[in-house]
Design a protein around this ligand. Structure first.
Ligand SMILES: Cc1cc2nc3c(=O)[nH]c(=O)nc-3n(C[C@H](O)[C@H](O)[C@H](O)COP(=O)(O)OP(=O)(O)OC[C@H]3O[C@@H](n4cnc5c(N)ncnc54)[C@H](O)[C@@H]3O)c2cc1C
Length: 423
């Protein structure tokens, strides 16, 4: 029978950070990830100041700095009349050297974390390993059943504690006692690539088009583009034709220049979508478990609270959940005393931040995104505009949203046992 102290289900930001912190502290930890690599496209690329400081604390700042990246110092939203952009987060005005969001493809960050964790003798990462169910004994989760996707073989891994970091489709959501609360979202996302030119802006660029909003992530040679479309409108929007959509997308981003970038003379170059198959639909969901734990099990990250892409802070929350979980769990896991009180403490610590962030995302959905997607000006409601103007006028007020974007409600500190410098 295979056994570990902590079984982490899912190697996303939450799972890899938790795995690294526990392994650094000498806890036997096995991370099971269903994919064979981290190369999934539909992931956010944002690494926030809280994560940058964590990497620094762990002695990984230099390795992280060597990754290709762009820095974003402020966040703008199209919340003025006619989609006028307002700066709502001057991250660059925050004190300290990490006063920016680093845009790094998430697979590079996860590779770095995995590589670092694998130096620890107590760490195991099993790729291509899909967890299929929990092992239960007398109401307690005692590990997982898994399937090796490469060989097709199945197995069981017993663990003192199982931590579900398997994102918004988490297996834990099938456990009715955890109680899933869902919130409506007004949008879905189309995800595709466009060619990038040297003279283009850098970092993260957003804008508003006719009944869609755009966010473009600079990935060096190309733009990873997101277009927010009204929820459930995928089929109707596609019926309008790809060329028409791309034309209105570039109209909303005039610096792109439709003719030069997407015109027929350019048809042989660049990663522009040539059919709807290259425009992926991402279903946006927002929900939260009422209870993040049961005996033998803890849920963190999107598994506990699936985040909307609004504000681009889901990764930050997932990482901070993992840091808080490690801080509460290292000692009881090492001493073999981990119990319900320990996992409860993690939820108590992290629930207010997750709930407050989702509350703000719901306000942004209702007051900004839904009106824009319906072709109404969000300023019609008055409040977002007044708030935005207030934020741009009072420098001390600008700091509040910037701090929130950078650190969430507050920065979690890793356990001292995990701080050993990278060798
Ligand atoms: C369209 C969109 C854009 C977004 N953009 C941003 C952004 O720019 N910035 C930002 O901060 N946030 C963004 N978010 C939110 C962000 O993606 C999530 O909040 C964050 O990824 C959560 O991290 P996680 O580790 O909890 O889960 P995930 O990143 O979802 O990781 C879960 C991992 O578990 C694995 N897994 C799943 N099931 C199993 C299983 N049964 N067995 C084994 N492994 C399993 C998955 O393969 C995956 O690797 C966006 C969300 C959406 C929908």
């Amino acid at each position: 029978m295979e056994r570990t102290t902590c079984c982490v289900v899912g190697g996303g930001p939450a799972g890899m950070v938790l795995g690294l912190l526990l392994a650094r502290a000498g806890v036997a930890v096995t991370v099971l990830e269903k994919h064979g690599d981290f190369l999934r496209d539909f992931r956010g690329d944002t690494v926030h100041p809280s994560t940058l400081r964590l990497l620094d604390d762990l002695g990984l700042a230099d390795r992280f700095a060597a990754l290709p990246q762009r820095h974003v110092h402020s966040v703008q939203l199209p919340i003025g009349r006619d989609g006028e952009l307002f700066t709502v987060g001057e991250i660059g005005s925050l004190p300290g050297k990490y006063n920016y969001v680093a845009m790094v493809p998430q697979w590079d960050l996860l590779d770095l974390l995995a590589d670092e964790a694998q130096r620890e003798p107590t760490f195991q990462l099993r790729m291509n390993t899909e967890v299929t169910s929990f092992l239960m004994e007398r109401g307690r989760v005692t590990g997982v059943r898994y399937r090796d996707r490469a060989s097709g073989s199945a197995g069981e891994l017993r663990a003192t504690l199982t931590v579900a970091c398997d994102g918004r489709g988490s297996l834990a959501r099938a456990l009715p006692e955890l109680g899933l609360r869902e919130f409506p979202c007004p949008m879905d996302v189309w995800w595709f690539r466009l060619p990038r030119q040297e003279s283009d802006p850098q970092g993260l660029v957003g804008n508003a088009g006719e009944r869609f909003l755009t966010a473009m992530i600079d990935r060096g040679d190309y733009w990873q583009c997101a277009a927010l479309i009204p929820k459930g409108s995928d089929a109707t929007c596609r019926a309008g034709g790809l060329d028409r959509f791309l034309a209105s997308f570039t109209e909303a981003t005039p610096w792109m220049g439709l003719g030069t970038r997407l015109g027929p003379e350019e048809s042989g170059r660049g990663p522009r979508p040539r059919s709807w198959d290259e425009v992926k639909l991402l279903d946006v969901r927002m929900d939260r478990l009422r209870r993040w734990h049961r005996p033998g099990l803890l849920c963190i990250g999107d598994a506990a609270h699936a985040m909307s892409p609004v504000f681009g802070i889901g990764i930050n929350l997932a990482v901070q959940d993992a840091v808080a979980a490690a801080r509460h769990l290292v000692r009881p896991l090492r001493e073999g005393t981990v119990g319900l009180a320990d996992v409860r403490a993690v939820q108590r610590r992290r629930w207010p931040t997750a709930a407050a962030t989702q509350r703000l995302q719901r306000i942004a959905h209702a007051r900004v995104i839904a009106p824009l997607l319906e072709g109404r000006s969000p300023a019609a409601g008055g409040e977002p505009l007044r708030l935005a103007v207030l934020l741009t006028r009072a420098p001390w007020l600008k700091r509040a949203p910037a701090y929130f974007l950078a650190y969430g409600a507050g920065r979690e500190r890793p356990p001292a046992e995990s701080l050993r410098r990278s060798g």
